[in-house]
Design a protein around this ligand. Structure first.
Ligand SMILES: Nc1ncnc2c1ncn2[C@@H]1O[C@H](COP(=O)(O)OP(=O)(O)OP(=O)(O)O)[C@@H](O)[C@H]1O
Ligand SMILES: [Mg+2]
Length: 285
């Protein structure tokens, strides 16, 4: 124990956080399962990881992980508690910010309130390496704002024509309206690796043809996997419940790639998660 009159050690400065939004346009393509398992896999790699459930109206990260939140983002928005009060611990030591389900006003927040939710992360006094953001289906303001505020957006696609057209629509709106010019693509529920690559090529071709200024990168493919479904039934992350399964291994590989992305060195001068940490370390673009 330090002597009573010893000077208090000042806390280590908060280091920059890499933020990754998971999105896709279409509903049911696997955004939430990828978010949960990417976050768990990053935590297993030793990254201090926070998972934000940004599907504000129909939240289900807590359900997938078998968590029972006392408070959610709805309580934060109504001023009943602080961000730190609603954080829960999930598998592999990852932290979770749960949202509420069935609170219609949460699905109908104003654009300024979405910006407010991004900025509230500036107040968080925890050391973190990565923030993973699970977004809702669609191209509503919340989805666009959370993707814009993250350093990387992962677009999840699966082998359905509507998935490719919705992903394209989302990429177009993100590029044209929010200036997002770089996106990662994950193909989900594929029958084999070639199918994943083909799906990416299909999306990349339309983007190249109609949105010349957007660059896409193929981050990986996740196979259709019964172990993942089993984990969903048991309300566990497949990454921790069945780490040897094909889907867990594929997501672990995606996490290894994402873990190599450099932490941000400069604020981009627009809305951004954890902007204060970057500005405080003197790095402004
Ligand atoms: N790789 C996979 N293998 C098998 N089933 C999968 C896989 N990925 C997702 N699923 C199943 O697909 C369904 C939809 O997944 P999920 O909820 O993650 O999608 P979503 O894109 O988040 O949906 P929403 O748009 O409603 O938020 C779930 O029942 C899930 O179990
Ligand atoms: Mg979802």
């Amino acid at each position: 124990m330090p002597a009573a009159n010893a000077p208090l050690a000042s806390p280590a400065p908060l280091t920059p956080v890499r933020s990754i939004a998971v999105t896709g346009g279409k509903g049911g393509v696997g955004k939430t399962n990828l978010s949960v398992n990417l976050a768990a896999s990053l935590a297993l790699l030793g990254k201090r990881t926070l998972l934000l459930d940004a599907d504000l109206g129909l939240a289900n990260v807590d359900v997938l992980l078998g968590l029972s939140p006392q408070n959610t983002l709805a309580d934060l928005v109504s001023g009943r508690c602080e961000l730190d009060d609603i954080i829960l611990e999930g598998p592999a030591g990852m932290l979770v910010v749960p949202a509420a389900s069935g609170r219609r006003h949460m699905a109908e927040l104003q654009p300024a309130q979405h910006v407010g939710l991004v900025n509230v992360f500036n107040d968080l006094q925890r050391q973190l390496d990565v923030l993973v953001v699970d977004t809702a289906a669609g191209i509503t303001d919340s989805v666009l704002t959370f993707c814009q505020a993250a350093q990387d957006a992962i677009v999840v696609v699966c082998d359905e024509p509507a998935s490719i057209t919705d992903a394209y629509a989302l990429i177009k709106v993100l590029a044209r309206e929010r200036g997002v010019d770089r996106m990662q693509v994950v193909a989900n529920m594929v029958r084999n690796p070639a199918e994943g690559r083909a799906l990416y090529d299909k999306l990349a071709r339309v983007c190249e043809r109609f949105l010349g200024d957007v660059s896409l990168n193929f981050l990986g493919a996740v196979p259709h996997c019964d172990w993942l479904r089993m984990a969903v039934q048991r309300q566990q992350a497949v990454a921790t419940a069945y780490p040897a399964s094909a889907s867990a291994r594929a997501i672990a590989e995606i996490a290894r790639r994402a873990a190599r992305w450099e932490p941000p060195v400069a604020a981009r001068g627009n809305i951004e998660f954890f902007m204060d940490r970057m500005i405080r370390q003197g790095a402004v673009a």
